[in-house]
Design a protein around this ligand. Structure first.
Ligand SMILES: *Cc1c(COP(=O)(O)O)cnc(C)c1O
Length: 364
């Protein structure tokens, strides 16, 4: 067993708790339930407990492993599976999730059979694709037929509601118009089945701005929020929203300096490709002070999504196991053995919390 301390990702549980509170409170005020999505940091156990203790109405993930872990920790749920399920995982899905997002009738029929076998009632949220072009019914007549079929023909699953996902593949913005489109689909289904749907799920973090600027149409009563709670970065950086009520530093990467030297900033010799086969871009700024840190692409995949906390420090690049920084403009001295801190973004959070080389430390 190695006794290594670094690299480590520290999770500030107090700050995470505050973020959950702030988001859930704002949604509750508008009659919106929040599913806390934990896939972005691989469902770290201590964070799962927080989502369980607080006011999140659902614990949600795309990976059943996270829901299984949450159950083993004694969390009560309800548990929501947010990746439309594989035919091959239905026994686990029914065992671990109370409710799931779906778009394929053949899979829903399997869920119905398996729910009967496990003596459970499983909720189905049908997904509508409103243009982002990932999961969901494109043909809304087909969606209506499936909704009616679930309502009338299936005994062990029930139609809990409908939902949509935006801003993931097609980069489509969540707007009040898109939300109204979803509500119109819900109303068509409600007319056909003769009752109101419990859940109209308007999306993830990218739909939260509508809550903040008071433009969320009334019938949207459910959001599935991951990034907004864990990092709170995208809304401010991309939407120019005031998210000062959120902590942006719940997650911190700490890595150790293993070399500091003055070197040319432009590679010396015949330039070909880097260790991943890419042609690099190098700016000649003369001799500069550089630091090499013991952490690499194997851990974070994208060095451009790491943000040094100290001013005057710039990420130059990385290889599998090394991160290279320009530290010339950092005023105070740095030495080999020093630990540097970085803010994370979604991609680096996902990869780092899933790297077996990274220690995770949760702090109260
Ligand atoms: C990942 C995911 C979410 C949460 O997305 P965030 O941007 O992290 O809020 C919500 N719904 C679905 C279907 C997802 O796959």
């Amino acid at each position: 067993m190695l006794e290594k301390k670094y690299p480590v990702v520290e999770v500030d549980l107090k700050k995470l708790r505050q973020n959950i509170d702030e988001i859930v409170r704002r949604c509750k005020e508008k009659g919106i339930d929040v599913a806390g999505v934990v896939k972005g940091f691989n469902g770290i156990s201590q964070t799962l407990k927080l989502y369980g203790e607080l006011e999140c109405s659902y614990i949600a993930s795309s990976r059943l492993e996270h829901l299984e872990n949450a159950r083993e920790l004694g969390l009560k749920g309800p548990f929501l599976a947010i990746r439309i399920p594989m035919q091959s995982e239905i026994p686990d899905l029914v065992r671990l999730a109370d409710i799931s997002l779906n778009s394929e009738l053949s899979v829903i029929k399997t869920i119905d059979k398996e729910s009967g076998r496990q003596k459970k009632r499983h909720g189905i949220i049908l997904m509508a694709d409103l243009g982002d072009l990932r999961e969901g019914f494109w043909d809304k007549a087909e969606m209506l037929n499936v909704a009616v079929y679930i309502e009338k023909e299936l005994k062990n699953v029930y139609l809990a509601g409908i939902g949509t996902n935006l801003g993931c593949y097609g980069s489509i913005n969540a707007t009040p118009d898109k939300m109204k489109e979803l509500i119109a689909i819900a109303e068509t289904i409600e007319e056909a089945i003769g009752r109101r749907l419990d859940i109209i799920s308007g999306g993830g973090t990218t739909s939260f701005p509508l809550v903040v600027n008071n433009t969320m149409p009334e019938r949207i009563n459910h959001l599935r929020i991951g990034e907004g709670i864990a990092l709170g970065r995208d809304l401010e950086d991309l939407w120019n929203l005031d998210m000062s009520f959120l902590n942006k530093d719940v997650f911190t990467l700490k890595a150790e300096i293993i070399e500091i030297k003055d070197k040319p900033s432009y590679p010396v010799g015949e330039i070909f490709v880097d260790c991943f086969g890419n042609r690099g871009h190098y700016e000649d700024r003369g001799i500069r002070k550089r630091a090499v840190l013991a952490v690499g692409k194997v851990d974070f995949a994208l060095d451009s999504q790491l943000e040094p906390r100290l001013p005057g420090i710039q990420v130059l690049g990385s290889s599998s196991d090394h991160l290279i920084l320009d530290i010339q403009d950092y005023e105070d001295g740095l030495a080999v053995g020093d630990i540097l801190e970085f803010d994370l973004r979604y991609s680096t959070m996902v990869f780092l919390t899933n790297s077996k080389y990274i220690r995770i430390e949760c702090r109260e």
